[in-house]
Design a protein. Structure first.
Length: 367
């Protein structure tokens, strides 16, 4: 197919081509060089390389020419616009969540609220700024809510007043010259209020990892003293602003977990069998059996269980454990990669037949 003097087909060199109004029905442009391609009014749905798509009649993707493009209210989420020409493009109310950019030329005539073009990047809520060179950038009062800054260069960037709620970071290079109040950069991570650098708490004993604790308030305790303040758990997520060392976790909602049902004589028997060597307990169950967390399962743990069962003194503390049964004793506000997933296990519930009240369990997608 020939259009406007250009050969249209897989691997075609369409550098700087003007394809405005082209009928590309059934066209295959896989692997074509679309750098500087100008379009608009494209008919049909051509096959394009993965980074490219046709949106509102425009070929959209890295390096394309979108000067004067009418893209108001269009879905540009997760589109890669690196190197594109956005001169006078109308992006009013376009969805720019996850948009990648950089080396942009020209300034759009309109952008959605809370977005701007800074240092050749589209900056705004949910923007994918991973690896972005934002050195020296003026991000004064920028809205970086849920943006991805992983691997970005923030050397001497000015972030006073910026909204960093939910921002993702890690492997940052360079130090900003100014950060918003209460934020800092530690080990390449932005640390501060509203940044999810804690853990996801799965409902203990659940076979489905998609069940998480919800709507609860937890406390961290170390050596019988509460450390830090109460922390709300929403859809499994606990956020920590500072590194928190602890040896136990407590829950403020007393109806959330029925400890009297969870710990009974069968838990005592399992523990006794472990102590006398008949049936060793391992993994998460062993953490539950070691009630005083002194790393030994022994008669003192049994006595604590018995006191709980006969009503002398009740057990009300949980261990935070990982899936291999290791007890977690620190939550740091800096973590790499995905948020870690941990279980809360009630001390004393060795056979793990206790359960959270279903009012405090919800289901989420865990990627
Ligand atoms: Ca324990
Ligand atoms: Ca013990
Ligand atoms: Ca039990």
């Amino acid at each position: 197919m020939i259009y406007n003097g250009y050969n249209i087909g897989p691997g075609a060199d369409l550098t700087g081509a003007d394809l405005t109004g082209a009928n590309l029905t059934n066209a295959d442009l896989t692997g074509a060089n679309l750098t500087g391609v100008q379009s608009g009014g494209i008919l049909g749905a051509p096959t394009l390389s993965t980074d490219y798509s046709v949106i509102n009649g425009y070929i959209v993707g890295p390096g394309v020419n979108l000067a004067n493009a009418q893209l108001a209210e269009q879905d540009l989420s997760n589109i890669d616009l690196t190197g594109a020409d956005l001169s006078f493009a109308d992006l009013t109310d376009a969805d720019l969540t996850g948009v990648r950019s950089g080396s942009l030329s020209g300034m759009p005539s309109a952008l959605p609220e809370n977005y701007s073009v800074i240092n050749g990047y589209i900056v705004g809520p949910g923007a994918d700024l991973s690896g972005a060179d934002l050195s020296g950038a003026n991000l004064y009062f920028a809205n970086l809510t849920d943006a991805n800054l992983t691997g970005a260069d923030l050397s001497l960037a000015y972030l006073a007043g910026a909204d960093l709620t939910g921002v993702r970071s890690g492997s940052l290079s360079g130090m900003p010259i100014v950060l918003p109040e209460n934020y800092s950069v530690i080990n390449g991570y932005i640390v501060g209020p509203g940044i999810d650098n804690g853990a996801k708490l799965l409902s203990s004993y659940s076979t489905s990892p998609a069940n998480v604790i919800d709507n609860l308030t937890i406390e961290f305790w170390k050596e019988n003293t509460q450390v830090g303040g109460d922390l709300a758990i929403t859809k499994g997520e606990v956020l920590v602003d500072n590194t928190t060392d602890f040896d136990q976790v407590r829950i403020t909602q007393t109806d959330a977990f029925d400890a009297s049902a969870a710990i009974d004589i069968s838990d005592v028997l399992l523990t006794v069998k472990h102590i006398i060597g008949i049936a060793p307990i391992t993994g998460i169950a062993k953490q539950a059996a070691d009630i005083n967390n002194d790393s030994d399962v022994d008669i003192s743990d049994v006595l604590t269980m018995v006191k709980h069962i006969i009503g002398v003194s009740s057990i009300d503390h949980f261990d935070m454990v990982d899936s291999s049964g290791d007890r977690i004793t620190q939550l740091a506000s800096i973590s790499s990669g995905d948020v870690p997933e941990y279980y809360l296990v009630m001390n004393g519930d060795v056979n793990m037949d206790g359960a959270f009240n279903e009012d405090y369990i919800t289901t989420v997608d865990i990627a």
